[in-house]
Design a protein around this ligand. Structure first.
Ligand code: SAM
Ligand code: SF4
Length: 519
């Protein structure tokens, strides 16, 4: 990316004397300046979604740490606290990679850190509250260590109201940057260090694709691989299309190269990541290439396990089902968020499928992959959800036979259409519904676990169990957690384990001797 493009897109507003400036400027004035060229954080709407598809996405292969900051972190330490989804976890790996290339070393001790980044999540209100709690906790440390750099990044920093609140109430924050600005971390750290000013950089453009970013991955066994960014679905409850920008896919060759590189490093499993991976390739103008084609290409690569998340039912096409049915390294576990079992609620959510459409998709998937395990996400207490509509979610849960589900109470997000709706469902009723749903989820999970008793499963061994270092832990192909006694030498390998005990959310077992399958 050249300097001219940077100038056009970036918005760095250095504040010489932050407190003085805040005193002298009305907050509305300040906020409108910060966001004057940024993506308007207003209500998402479908017309805008269609329009933004036509915008140019540029792919940049020229990422490099500028020479003047290449050793800026020598002898210093960084800590990144991550909130939210896998996308954020992976962004943290990228930021860790950039900081490491700048000479910083990681630490898990806040007192030891020279730079602390909070990589935030905006999906529900309680996620945001946690971050504001942590911002408050860090204030005494900043007062004690004025040279400490504290940054807020991730989804919350894309929200105008959040930046407003930090500017007004948390002036000990040095740096705020958006999800499209991660690759600018070297320059931003430099600005924060030498200027000692509050830096706010939230880009107007909804994001390009930046390749060749360094990464420090969390482990050596499983790896995340982004295949696309952003979301154009505009579900009426969801903030993601605003915090992550428009859908844009990485080129297939760049993804395949990354997976090959991971194989060479000995990784055993990759999870292809995106907010809506089934829309992969829809933004390509020069080639017809979708998720099915990509999975087919990765199927041929010598990596034992391939997963993908998250799938939107609407774009789950026949080609993908046909490819997944080949099995091999394409695992027979599909996470397929349904959100609600009521067609009326699904319509209000703008999910663009009905209960019947979803069941038809499940039927097709089961026909092609008879052993498939399905898991899902469900929101209860969407505005004005009736008892009958909630019951439809309960019956769908049973009808599909989901083996696990992430369940949430609807959380209104400012700027989304659903948040403007009047809601006649009391919070106590929503909590009761969540409780009832969770009882059912637990029951179905426990039932599915019981079917494993006495069977032998393949487990990718990840390490020692958190509770007992003599016990190893790993996951089956269907993503079931297994705890078992076995040699430490099996860590990082796929072994066979005979299941002796089934619990609600995990299995216990014994390793079958001499079964190490992959070295
Ligand atoms: N793209 C995925 C999809 O369409 O299913 C989901 C991504 S979102 C990060 C993860 C989950 O958070 C969603 O599936 C939904 O269940 C939940 N979620 C999103 N917005 C929410 C809200 N406002 N209140 C409660 N749960 C929400
Ligand atoms: Fe949010 Fe997923 Fe809907 Fe996109 S598809 S708006 S990420 S829930």
């Amino acid at each position: 990316m050249n300097e001219e493009q940077r100038k056009q897109q970036a918005q760095i507003i250095p504040i010489d004397n932050n407190i003085e400036r805040i005193k002298n400027t009305s907050s509305d004035e300040m906020i409108s300046k910060y966001f004057q060229t940024s993506y308007e954080p207003q209500s998402p709407d479908i017309k805008k979604a269609r329009k933004r598809r036509n915008e140019d996405v540029q792919i940049h292969y020229d990422f490099a740490i500028p020479e003047d900051v290449a050793t800026i972190g020598k002898g210093k330490k960084f800590l990144i606290r991550t909130y939210g989804c896998q996308m954020n976890e992976h962004d943290t790996e990228v930021m860790a990679g950039i900081l490491t290339e700048m000479g910083y070393e990681p630490t898990s001790d806040t007192n030891d850190a020279d730079i602390i980044l909070l990589n935030t999540c905006a999906i529900r209100e309680n996620a945001e509250n946690k971050v504001f709690g942590e911002i408050g906790h860090l204030k005494p440390l900043k007062l004690e260590k004025p040279d400490l750099i504290i940054g807020v990044c991730g989804c919350m920093s894309q929200e105008e109201s959040v930046v407003d609140r930090i500017l007004k109430k948390h002036q000990h924050i040095d740096l705020i940057f958006g999800t499209h600005n991660i690759h600018r971390l070297p320059q931003l750290v430099k600005e924060a260090l030498f200027g000692k000013e509050m830096i706010v950089e939230v880009w107007s453009k909804e994001g390009d694709v930046i390749e060749n970013l360094p990464k420090v991955r969390k482990g050596k066994i499983k790896a995340w691989v982004n295949i696309m960014y952003g979301c154009d679905k505009f579900c009426t409850y969801c903030i993601v299309p605003m915090t992550r920008g428009k859908e844009r896919s990485r080129r297939p060759q760049d993804i395949i190269q990354e997976v090959r590189h991971l194989v060479a490093q000995g990784y055993q499993e990759v999870t292809l990541l995106g907010q809506n991976v089934n829309a992969y390739g829809k933004d390509f103008e020069d080639i017809e290439y979708g998720l099915g084609d990509l999975m087919n290409a990765i199927h041929k690569i010598d990596i034992p396990r391939v997963r993908f998340t998250t799938s939107h039912p609407r774009d789950f096409d026949d080609r993908l089902i046909e490819v997944l049915a080949q099995g091999g390294n394409l695992l027979d576990h599909i996470h397929l968020p349904v959100q609600s079992g009521s067609s009326e609620i699904l319509k209000k959510m703008n999910r663009k499928y009905t209960r019947e459409d979803y069941l038809e998709l499940v039927r097709k998937i089961r026909k092609a992959i008879p052993n498939v395990t399905l898991t899902t996400d469900i929101i209860v207490g969407f505005p004005n959800e009736t008892e009958e509509q909630f019951e439809e979610t309960m019956t769908l849960m049973e009808e599909v036979g989901f083996e696990a589900a992430y369940t949430y109470i609807y959380s209104p997000r400012e700027g989304t259409p659903a948040a403007r709706k009047k809601d006649d469902v009391p919070e106590s009723v929503k909590k009761q519904r969540l409780y009832r749903l969770n009882e059912l989820v637990n029951k179905q999970s426990a039932e599915s676990m019981k079917t494993y008793k006495g069977k032998t499963v393949k487990v990718l061994v990840e390490g020692e169990s958190k509770k007992d270092p003599d016990v190893l832990a790993g996951y089956t192909e269907k993503n079931k957690l297994v705890n078992f006694k076995g040699p430490r030498s099996s860590i990082g390998k796929i072994v066979e384990v005979e299941i002796t005990e089934a619990k609600t959310w995990s299995l216990d077992g014994v390793m079958v001797e001499n079964t190490v399958e992959v070295n």
